[in-house]
Design a binder for this molecule. Sequence first.
Ligand code: SAH
Length: 197
Amino acid sequence: MKTQLKKELSNIGDFENPRISLEQYRTPPGLAADLLHTAYMQDDIKDQKVADLGAGTGMLGLGARLLGAEVVAVEKEDDAVRLLRENAEMLGLEAEVVQQDIEEFDQEVDTVLMNPPFSHHSDIGLKFWEKALQHSDAVYGISPRGLRERIKDFVGNSSHEVLGVEEYSISLPPSYGFHTEESHETEIDLIITRRKE
Ligand code: SAH
């Protein structure tokens, strides 16, 4: 299932002129397939209402739709919204696309999938976490390794608990991320949380 999913996700169109300030980059299809497979196996995808916050290309949300979720994709930037709609059409998938800042997101969902921006200069990533934890029962979020403890603390002060952390290394465009000069490999985490009973 994962190999086939990765293959289908590889067709999802990438950003043409990525906005660096919004940290627009397409989640690598292999990582997306892994995240989606993990969530699927925990019963958090099929027949569930899933929100993709900062949906960008739609990699996570459209992938969830492929696996049988009802999907709402939230994205604020014009070009990304256009790309998201094109990608949905190309794959023949229906997803509700909501153009708004995630700070205005107010739907209740079963699951949030997200690969939010983590700027050195703002707490925007934590704002995504705050929203996700408030509005869903399970969260699958990608973040830079260096922020693990901060995010775990943040989750610890919410109605969720951390279920698990999976480690990955991904290759980012040179302009992004927390990589060193020599290598564009970036160490990241997939952090999984669930609402406490
Ligand atoms: N999962 C997406 C990741 C895109 S990168 C993919 O694989 O394509 C993060 C996305 O969040 C960008 O598209 C950016 O435009 C969007 N974004 C950044 N800040 C936002 C905000 N405050 N509200 C909504 N979307 C935001």
